[in-house]
Design a protein around this ligand. Sequence first.
Ligand SMILES: C[S@@+](CC[C@H](N)C(=O)[O-])C[C@H]1O[C@@H](n2cnc3c(N)ncnc32)[C@H](O)[C@@H]1O
Length: 237
Amino acid sequence: MVNDLDRLRTEYADREKRLAGSDLYSLTNPACLFMFQQRQRAVLRLLQAEGFGDLSRRTVLELGCGTGRVLNEYMAFGAAPETLHGVDLLPHRLKEAKRLLPHVDLVCADGQRLPYADASFDIVLQYTAFSSILDDSIKANLASEMLRILCSDGLILWYDFWLNPTNPHTKGIRSSEIRMLFPDSRLRFQRITLAPPITRRIAPWSWLTCHILESLKIFNTHYLVSIRKDRLDHTKI
Ligand SMILES: C[S@@+](CC[C@H](N)C(=O)[O-])C[C@H]1O[C@@H](n2cnc3c(N)ncnc32)[C@H](O)[C@@H]1O
């Protein structure tokens, strides 16, 4: 039987062939631009609200950093390249990340065994890595590693979809599952990102309609979650 990590390697190789030449993830595609900008606004608001508005001295790790697009966003948010770190399973995706971010520490590893000391990061990110994994035990191991390397007053920032009925190679993650992955933690959920199929239809002709639909939240497919270690829990009051 193929294990989930091997399945993922094959799926990414196929996906890259399928998407070659497509503008699905390009910012020249209005839907993609809308989703990207809306996510950035929500993330910046969250960072500010959690006391991480100034990233210039914060150590940040992205688990499942792929080609480095998210880390690149964090540089635009003010993080210094020397304090940014990325881990990914797939060497060819990391090679592309290295080209984009030559001064960032990028490591090819399985996130189930992160090569970092306990409590060494202020912020740990996961953007759509968990939904690409189908095996529950791998997800549990990744979450436990994220908690292990996070400082006691650090922040895990989760962005992933809970619903994607059209792609059998991914599995949406609902709020109850996220809570189980991060026990003894304080989680705050926001539903963001207007469903991509809707955004693709509407964004080319009306930005305002996309804004209105997204503000209703009922068509939103992703969770943006801030996860903090619950310090009260350690005192067991
Ligand atoms: C959908 S991509 C997201 C990439 C990036 N976070 C972004 O949003 O652009 C998911 C990434 O997670 C990586 N990944 C999945 N399982 C992993 C694991 N066990 N350890 C490290 N990386 C993993 C995949 O290789 C892939 O690059």
